[in-house]
Design a protein around this ligand. Structure first.
Ligand SMILES: Nc1ncnc2c1ncn2[C@@H]1O[C@H](COP(=O)(O)OP(=O)(O)OP(=O)(O)O)[C@@H](O)[C@H]1O
Ligand code: SF4
Ligand SMILES: [Mg+2]
Length: 346
């Protein structure tokens, strides 16, 4: 599906031991991503997207966490690397844009220092060269006065500018793989589109692979090559973007697609959302986790969990006993149309 893979995740589990019991955040995820390609990971809040991204990076709390499975990046299993070697890899070969820039950026360190530190550490640049590169990077990510931004603290920047700084920090050493976890959280729709377009342009220029994590399936529709849908810590459907949008197999995916506003939808029309709530991560069941919310559920769904199995379409897999079987639901969905990129830029 992905050509020459840069990352292959196999049967990844991540569980947290808490006072309330064992929280099973990621349950047997397998995926791969090709060089220069984009994998979108979508799902409702709490479905395990951030834990999956952090688990791939090995950025988890050191206590009370159980991780198993393998994460092979450029032929090396990251789960078997020692922390020192991992630190060398992160920033240089793999980088992450975090969901919350205010916690990811150091609030008491000037923006310039946060970028040059990484360049000096990983690429052994001189102070002068690192500063020049930092200015070039801030220009590239669309910061209007890069020289001034270097001297500022993150709290002095607007939300959109902070996201751009986060991207500059992540891209400083030209990583081969970027994990972008909700990189536009909290931004208004126009700035969100600008930041996502910018990320995509930089990705293409650098032939960088990207895992784009979002709760909004509309965000990845025209930006991802392949989309993985997560539910209760599992991938329940994964497919090339067009195939997922035009012929979803799993009722949950169908529900997510229906919750996207369409251009043709009258402004006063209420959006459909998926009724019910995601399952309690402490509960262990043997059936399909979506069953309590699924209009198609039958006895078998309650008793047996469906495996992620291939459909007739190449690269399309789904986990459902009674799939929708290729209903042509959203062939003309506006999110699949080429976007007018220029009009979204400042
Ligand atoms: N450090 C932790 N200890 C215990 N449970 C955790 C921890 N981190 C996450 N979880 C739990 O794991 C589950 C998945 O959380 P995660 O943050 O990955 O969701 P998400 O899909 O990223 O949601 P959102 O869209 O809100 O960001 C949740 O039930 C969450 O409470
Ligand atoms: S396996 Fe059953 S409950 Fe689960 S999504 Fe399919 S039809 Fe619905
Ligand atoms: Mg998250």
């Amino acid at each position: 599906m992905t050509g020459d893979p840069i990352l292959e995740v196999s049967n990844l589990h991540t569980h947290f031991s808490t006072d309330r019991g064992l929280i099973r955040s990621v349950n047997g995820v397998s995926l791969s991503i090709g060089r220069g390609r984009t994998l979108g990971v979508v799902g409702e809040s709490g479905s395990g997207k951030t834990v999956l991204a952090r688990s791939i990076m090995g950025l988890l709390p050191s206590a009370n966490v159980y991780r198993s499975g393998s994460v092979v990046f450029e032929d090396v299993d990251l789960t078997k690397m020692d922390p020192k070697a991992l630190r060398k890899l992160f920033g240089a070969r793999i980088a992450m844009v975090f969901q919350d820039p205010m916690t990811a950026l150091n609030p008491v360190m000037r923006v310039g220092h946060q970028i040059t530190e990484s360049l000096r550490l990983h690429l052994h640049m001189s102070r002068h060269d690192a500063r020049e590169s930092a200015v070039a990077l801030l220009t590239q990510v669309g910061i209007p006065s890069p020289e001034m931004a270097l001297t500022q603290f993150p709290g002095q920047l607007s939300g959109g500018m902070r996201q751009r700084v986060m991207i500059a920090v992540a891209l400083a050493c030209s990583p081969r793989l970027l994990l972008a976890d909700e990189p536009t959280t909290g931004l208004d729709a126009t700035v969100q589109a600008q930041v996502l377009d910018l990320l995509q342009d930089l990705q293409h220029e650098r032939h960088m692979a990207m895992i784009l994590v979002t709760h909004d399936i509309g965000v990845v529709a025209s930006r991802a090559d392949v989309i993985a849908v997560m539910y209760a810590g599992r991938i329940v459907e994964i497919a090339p973007a067009k195939s997922l949008f035009t012929a979803p197999m799993m009722p949950y995916t169908y529900g997510l697609l229906n919750s996207i506003p369409k251009i043709t939808t009258a402004s006063h029309t209420r959006l459909t959302s998926i009724p019910g709530r995601p399952p309690d991560p402490l509960a262990v069941g043997s059936g399909c986790e979506f069953a309590p919310r699924c209009a198609y559920a039958r006895d078998r769904c309650i008793d047996q969990r469906p495996p992620l199995a291939p459909s007739r379409t190449p690269g399309h897999k789904f986990a459902c006993w009674y799939p929708l079987d290729g209903q042509k639901v959203l062939e003309s969905h506006p999110f699949l149309q080429p976007r007018d990129r220029e009009s979204k830029r400042r």
